[in-house]
Write a protein that binds this ligand. Structure first.
Ligand SMILES: Cc1cc2nc3c(=O)[nH]c(=O)nc-3n(C[C@H](O)[C@H](O)[C@H](O)COP(=O)(O)OP(=O)(O)OC[C@H]3O[C@@H](n4cnc5c(N)ncnc54)[C@H](O)[C@@H]3O)c2cc1C
Length: 388
């Protein structure tokens, strides 16, 4: 456990060392705030380190597209602002339709995302095969986006750890926080390494944001998805783009060293409170069948490994990012579907707010998400539009 200099009062305490918390801490520390970051495990070893690394607009909620485009540009230039490599590859992305129903869904979704600024065109089978020669010839139509790509998610923690240390952040890994309460113009944190005080507080707990909000008496329901992923052995090139399908149940890309990561939100089992995850073989088989349907050459490859991780989702699948109502100088950041793609930019904007820099951006305030029994006004029901 990292020793914590607990007598000091920090300018900012961040709880949760995923991509959201780590990015907020990084930018605030670089701007001169004395920043301490608590992570109960290792940095970016939960969702931010076990995800599929896909950086795509075609799976991003419409309202998040403008942020995700900026975040994509950040990932593409990670060595410049993060200072360390996360293995980002920028390439074309295709979202496929094999049936009339999928084609309709794809057309609708591509249109909505285009309106929001994502450069997505619809292309026919011949053009899709030119863009991705590895594709099945059974494709009817495809959404084509040139702003796509992927990162090597397992490098995220290594890159952020080096950047945070260089920025002077007091990085406390293996130090769980059990609570945080207001304390005379700041916050007092109950950590496994003792009590720590900070003037400002950011809660960035991913799926555990619900438990963190409860420290302040707020009920912020967070849904947990248990996403399964698999990776093949190293194989000769079979694809050069990021491939998905209209339903969202597939994401595929081949890394430069030859492995293919296969995902698409197929569900395993797990429990955020008890801990631990378990793969569901039927889900794995379904996912692999779909992958081989899209890229037939995958049938000749063997799986090397499969795993699962916990992904947070708010009621409208948009981020929880903004001030905590009723608690001055306290913010929440994270818990968004596909949050690896958009995370760095959302978190950087939150850091700008904390630092009172630039035009204030309302981001995605949590008022809409708080459960009424917490004393907050009931928010309007969200149309859970699967098409956006
Ligand atoms: C299998 C999988 C595949 C995914 N694929 C993609 C993808 O391809 N593209 C994409 O854009 N998104 C993807 N996502 C989603 C994306 O990974 C997440 O949205 C994003 O990483 C969340 O970042 P975060 O910082 O909010 O949360 P996390 O990375 O989960 O970080 C939260 C941190 O808080 C820490 N913490 C919790 N409680 C405490 C406490 N009490 N004290 C101290 N620390 C605490 C945790 O240990 C954790 O490290 C995927 C997710 C999963 C699980």
């Amino acid at each position: 456990m990292t020793p914590v200099p607990s007598r000091e009062r920090y300018d900012l305490a961040v709880v949760g060392g995923g991509v959201h918390g780590a990015t907020v801490a990084l930018f605030c520390a670089r701007a001169g705030l004395r920043t301490i970051l608590f992570e109960r495990g290792s940095l970016c070893r939960e969702a931010s380190g076990v995800n599929a690394g896909t950086l795509t607009m075609q799976m991003t909620r419409v309202a998040l597209i403008p942020y995700a485009l900026q975040a994509h540009a950040m990932w593409a230039s990670a060595p410049e602002w993060l200072g360390h490599d996360v293995g980002v590859v920028v390439c074309d992305g295709l979202s496929l339709a094999f049936t009339e129903g999928e084609a309709e869904l794809l057309t609708y979704r591509a249109g909505k995302r285009r309106e929001a600024g994502a450069p997505i065109d619809l292309v026919g089978p011949a053009r899709a095969l030119e863009i991705e020669p590895g594709l099945s010839e059974r494709v009817l139509v495809a959404g084509h986006c040139k702003v796509d790509g992927f990162a090597n998610a397992y490098l995220t923690g290594l890159a952020y750890r080096a950047a945070l240390i260089e920025a002077g952040v007091t990085l406390c890994e293996q130090v769980p926080v059990a609570g945080a309460v207001p304390d005379g113009g700041g916050y007092e944190l109950d950590t496994a390494a003792g009590t720590v005080r900070a003037r400002r507080l950011v809660l960035a707990g991913g799926v555990w944001l619900e438990e963190m909000a409860a420290w302040l008496g707020l009920r912020l329901p967070i849904k947990v998805l248990i996403n399964q992923l698999a990776v093949t052995e190293r194989i000769a090139p079979v694809m050069r783009t990021v491939v998905g399908i209209a339903s969202g149940l597939l994401s595929l890309k081949q890394y430069p060293h030859g492995t293919v990561v296969i995902g698409g939100g197929w569900q395993g089992r797990g429990d955020r409170v008890q801990g631990g995850v378990e793969l569901v073989p039927d889900s794995l088989i379904g996912n692999m069948r779909l992958a081989c349907h899209a890229i037939p050459a995958l049938r000749r490859s063997r799986l090397a490994r499969a795993w699962a991780g916990l992904e947070a989702e708010t009621r409208d699948a948009l981020p929880a990012a903004g001030p905590i109502p009723g608690f001055p100088d306290a913010w929440i950041c994270g818990s968004v579907h596909s949050g690896y793609t958009s995370g760095p930019f959302i978190a950087k904007r939150l850091a700008d707010r904390i630092l009172e820099r630039g035009e204030p951006d309302p981001l995605f305030p949590i008022d809409r998400l708080l459960a009424p029994e917490a004393g907050a006004a009931p928010s309007a029901p969200v149309a859970e539009a699967p098409l956006s």
